[in-house]
Design a protein around this ligand. Structure first.
Ligand SMILES: Nc1ncnc2c1ncn2[C@@H]1O[C@H](COP(=O)(O)OP(=O)(O)OP(=O)(O)O)[C@@H](O)[C@H]1O
Ligand SMILES: [Mg+2]
Length: 376
């Protein structure tokens, strides 16, 4: 059976992952030189995939580091953080005897390990006797890694989440531990730009200027065009460069949206992918997302929806309070537009990027943007 070469998961294999060579070699170089890294980009551009790609490269290239991946998106507290971190260490260790020595390094907490009967992934329960044991446990985990035979790379994904923990300044706690480590390097990864920027570039924040920042951009158009063309042709399908250009324009070359459209085109085509195939694929994608779009419609105010639609119809907006923009789209005053705009940015429905230092506003989700664009 032919498998669809356009993956919709962060990482499957080197062959199905497009480019990121420069980013990868930069990250490896920073790690080898003892630096911690902050990786930032808008959502769904490929941060998690890149981490996996780097880890794969490390593994296949002689394993100079041991690697640990921790996703903290679902954590709400320091307890949760310790739990998922310890779980990630267990998953990375693998061997039962090493897990036993990890548990004894944790102290007298009696951690309980279980394996999910379906996925086989390890689950961990840690019981604390008192509050003081929590920071001590974190410190014990890190000391265990510090003593590891090989240097260790820990990637903490969705790092901005630590700002949501109540009753603890998690940044200060982490920073105090991390700065003492020599054998452990960190990659802090996140998509909420202003939160991440505040953590790492604000002189008042514990992590201020302590990492090398790396902001992930879109893939190079030429490189991505070749990649798409090759993946189709090696699976017995042809597509010309003009058609790929339509795909990349429509999806704005934003990896997740481009991959989804290519995946759909691959699925519905026979041996040739034509412009008609692409239009049909676009139709399928928009139709299958309509429920989700309508849900968003229900969750925001009429004014916010009107503004979102106006931004979508423009594609990108530099002056959201300009009278020409307000008039053209029947929007009320500049002040109320600003209020709606802030709400939409906060809800991650509008993406702010910078062009020559000035903010540019776009609808964050490309599919939603394309849907709004064709509404009356
Ligand atoms: N280099 C790449 N080659 C092929 N597909 C990619 C690449 N980078 C990303 N993708 C696609 O984009 C999707 C999103 O990537 P990923 O989950 O790594 O993004 P992210 O930046 O971590 O997003 P989020 O901020 O939402 O966590 C992946 O599921 C995959 O389909
Ligand atoms: Mg991610």
């Amino acid at each position: 059976m032919v498998k669809n070469p356009f993956i919709l998961a962060p990482y499957v294999s080197k062959e199905l992952f497009c480019d990121r060579k420069e980013e990868m070699s930069n990250i490896l170089q920073y790690l080898r030189n003892g630096r911690n890294i902050t990786l930032i980009s808008p959502r769904r551009l490929g941060k998690t995939g890149l981490i996996y790609r780097v880890f794969d490269e490390i593994k296949t290239g002689g394993a100079e580091f041991d690697t640990i991946y921790v996703d903290i998106s679902a954590t709400q507290s320091i307890d949760d953080f310790i739990k998922v971190f310890a779980q990630a260490v267990v998953a990375a260790i693998g061997h039962r005897s090493r897990i036993a020595s990890f548990f004894s390094a944790l102290g007298g907490l009696r951690p309980l390990l279980s394996y999910d009967s379906i996925s086989g992934s390890p689950g961990l329960t840690i019981t604390y006797r008192n509050e003081e044991e929590k920071p001590a446990t974190l410190s014990n985990i890190l000391s265990f890694l510090e003593k590891n035979r090989k240097p260790v790379v820990v990637a903490i994904d969705e790092f901005q989440q630590i700002r949501e923990y109540e009753g603890v300044n998690m940044e200060a706690v982490l920073r105090s531990h991390i700065q003492k480590l020599i054998n452990v390097r960190f990659i802090f990864c996140g998509s909420r730009k202003h939160v991440m920027a505040d953590m790492f570039s604000n002189a008042k924040s514990p992590f201020y200027a302590s990492t090398t920042p790396l902001s992930l951009k879109k893939l190079d158009v030429e490189v991505y065009t070749d990649f798409i063309s090759d993946r189709f042709s090696e699976n017995g399908k042809t597509i010309d460069r003009d058609t790929i250009k339509i795909i990349l324009d429509w999806s704005r070359g934003h990896t997740f949206y481009t991959q989804t459209l290519c995946n759909e085109c691959f699925m519905i085509s026979k041996s040739r992918v034509t412009m008609e195939t692409v239009y049909e694929a676009i139709n399928h994608i928009l139709l299958s997302n309509v429920e989700y779009f309508l849900e968003i419609r229900r969750l925001i105010t009429t004014q916010q929806w009107a503004l979102l639609k106006a931004i979508a119809k423009e594609g990108r907006v530099e002056h959201p309070t300009a009278s020409s923009f307000l008039k053209k789209h029947g929007l009320s005053s500049g002040a109320s537009v600003l209020k709606s705009l802030n709400a939409l940015v906060e809800k991650e429905l509008v993406l702010v990027s910078a062009s020559a230092g000035n903010p540019v506003y776009m609808v964050y989700n490309v599919f939603l943007s394309r849907y709004l664009e064709i509404l009356a």
